[in-house]
Design a protein around this ligand. Structure first.
Ligand code: HEM
Length: 553
């Protein structure tokens, strides 16, 4: 398969650049010991340089820019910005908020259905249209993902999210959907989620008492998210403070590395320079991760676990062709920690921010909770089915703030893909969906910038929308065969947390820290300024004196 970071037919001239840049700017051509012949060859160098510059200029005028030279197939050309010579539209992806910038470009070029652009030598397309998004995400031609340098180094090449479409990937999907994400498995972990939530509520109350009211919510959500995943994936255990700190450091560093937009993924000759120090930082992180996860696997190997097996036990029990190598297991388990923690915590933070800015929505949600749950007991997960407004609030939050505005990880086109309108996406193209643009499209959503959960309530003139990948107007979990396998767990967790936070407290904005909805796009899109709010107790949180199910005290 073609290397996704490079192009076979387009942007060939980019490969001339290292000839002039390697060896401390003197270039391979200049690396001669024969000084006389060096000078004698100058006209050749200059001619080559002029040829490269001319080729760059010619390619630059193509729709989509430098990486699209020779790639537009017969038929209708895909419109798009030419960007800059050599780098194409790399600046649009790496500076500011890529989803907003790409939406602007698609509008400018009349390319909502499909826009071509260049990320260095990587030909790329993006759609902001739900119909095209559906066709693209569910097409077998887009069932692979381009592998970033950081993901490859951090072992994700063998994890589910980046494994190529094939037997190994299908095995991982099958095992995880049966043993981790099946409804009965999710239900079995409710006790753990409830305990994590209880700990979170009491930590929030304590912090509020100590700080005279205001609480920084993110820290509490991240801790609960990590507990939740550690519980569901690794089994319930208690770890000491040092291990917890170690794990947090590794997760934070991994987020930074995977979330960083690395120019070297698209300009391969930059890899030797390692401008963002991605390579060296990954090389330091991997042995730490390996040793941490390996210890957990070894612990599972030693113990007698006939009764309550967790996901690690399931992976260890695989036999024959399904049996996983230890390194593969480490990659699979590590990925779950990554995907499972940031998305749920930051979606809850966005939801709480909207509830602070829209007190009437918060009040209506509390009224629904009081009517269904009452004030004498705490919410159970089976209550959620009877709480349509809660579900609508979380949907509206997913619409306004999809955690992956560009669906997090792109897809790779493995065979020429012909569209009904005559456009063709050639094999080797990276493909993205601008979900943020779709969920903010005024032709699809009335007053899209307003937080209005009622739009999802048929009883109040709204419409039912399935967010699990069947309706591409709102598909924050992606769609098709690579749709997020953790969607049910993610939704359940966020619904539980939001319900509990609002049932037990009334949330007010902090006078010193107004709610700031500025976004920052890393691995996911999160609030640039973490949310600070004042919780007023309305129903005392249940006692934390529960069975010790939370891995972190
Ligand atoms: C609010 C929560 C979440 C959101 C918004 C979310 C979103 C996404 C998106 C957009 C994708 C890419 C889908 C595509 O290419 O079509 C994805 C993939 C994935 N997600 Fe999630 N996710 C969430 C929670 C979780 C959780 C809790 C887990 C696991 C514990 C998880 C594990 C994964 C994995 C393994 C993939 C890669 C699947 C593959 O390539 O086959 N996600 N997620």
């Amino acid at each position: 398969m073609e290397n996704p970071g490079t192009s076979a037919t387009g942007g060939w001239w980019l490969y001339a650049i290292p000839l002039f840049t390697k060896n401390e700017v003197r270039g391979y051509f200049l690396h001669s010991t024969d000084h006389i012949s060096e000078w004698g060859q100058w006209p050749l160098y200059i001619a080559l340089l002029i040829a490269a510059v001319c080729a760059a200029m010619v390619s630059w005028f193509r729709p989509g820019g430098c990486a699209w030279v020779g790639r537009h197939k017969k038929g209708v050309a895909i419109p798009g910005p030419k960007g800059w010579p050599i780098i194409g539209s790399l600046m649009d992806m790496s500076v500011g908020l890529a989803h907003r910038r790409l939406e602007c470009l698609a509008r400018t070029y009349g390319a909502k259905k499909l826009m071509a652009f260049s990320l260095g030598s990587t030909p790329t397309v993006i759609t902001s249209d739900p119909e095209v998004a559906r066709d693209l995400l569910s097409s077998p031609h887009f069932a692979d993902r381009p592998l970033k340098q950081s993901a490859q180094q951090l072992m994700f090449g063998r994890a589910m999210g980046f494994a190529p479409n094939g037997d190994y990937w299908r095995l991982l999907r099958r095992i995880s959907s049966t043993h981790l994400f099946a409804p009965r498995r999710i239900a079995a972990h409710e006790i753990g989620r409830q305990a994590d939530c209880t700990t979170m509520l009491s930590d929030i109350r304590d912090e509020s008492n100590i700080n005279g009211g205001a609480v920084k919510l993110r820290r509490h959500l991240q801790k609960a998210a990590l507990n939740n995943i550690m519980g569901s994936v690794f089994g319930l255990r208690s770890v000491d403070a040092e291990t917890e700190k170690n794990l947090r450091e590794m997760v934070d560093e991994g987020f930074e590395l995977l979330g960083a937009f690395n120019w070297a993924d698209h300009l391969p000759w930059l890899r030797v320079l390692d401008p963002l120090r991605i390579h060296s930082r990954c090389a330091r992180l991997v042995p730490r991760v390996r040793s941490f996860v390996k210890d957990i696997i070894e612990e599972h190997r030693q113990r007698d676990n006939t009764a309550d097996s967790d996901f690690v036990d399931v992976l260890l029990s695989l036999q024959g062709e399904d049996k996983l190598h230890d390194d593969d297991m480490i990659a699979v388990l590590w990925e779950m920690i990554f995907r499972g923690t940031d998305t749920t915590a930051l979606l809850t933070e966005w939801t709480m921010a909207e509830l602070l800015l829209n007190p009437q929505v918060q009040g209506k949600l509390q009224a629904e909770l009081d009517a269904v749950v009452g004030s004498n007991r705490s919410l159970r997960e089976d209550d959620i089915e009877k709480l349509p407004y809660l579900q609508a609030v979380v949907k509206e939050s997913l619409r306004m703030h999809p955690p992956g505005p560009l669906l997090s990880w792109a897809r790779l086109c493995t065979e020429d893909w012909h569209m009904a309108n005559g456009m063709c996406v050639p094999a080797g193209t990276t493909a993205m969906v601008n979900m943020w643009s779709i969920t903010h499209d005024p032709e699809i959503w009335e007053r899209p910038h307003q937080f209005r959960p009622e739009r999802f309530l048929p009883s109040e003139g709204g419409q039912h929308v399935d967010v699990r990948g069947n309706d591409l107007r709102l598909a924050p979990f992606g769609a098709g065969r690579r749709v997020c396998p953790g969607k049910a767990l993610g939704l359940r967790t966020v619904q539980l947390w939001v319900a509990k936070l609002v049932h037990h407290f009334t949330w007010l904005p902090s006078p010193n820290h107004p709610v700031d909805l500025t976004e920052i796009l890393k691995l996911s899109c999160q609030m640039a300024t973490s949310l600070t709010a004042v919780p007023l107790c309305r129903i005392p949180a249940p006692s934390t004196e529960q069975p010790p199910t939370s891995p972190f005290p």
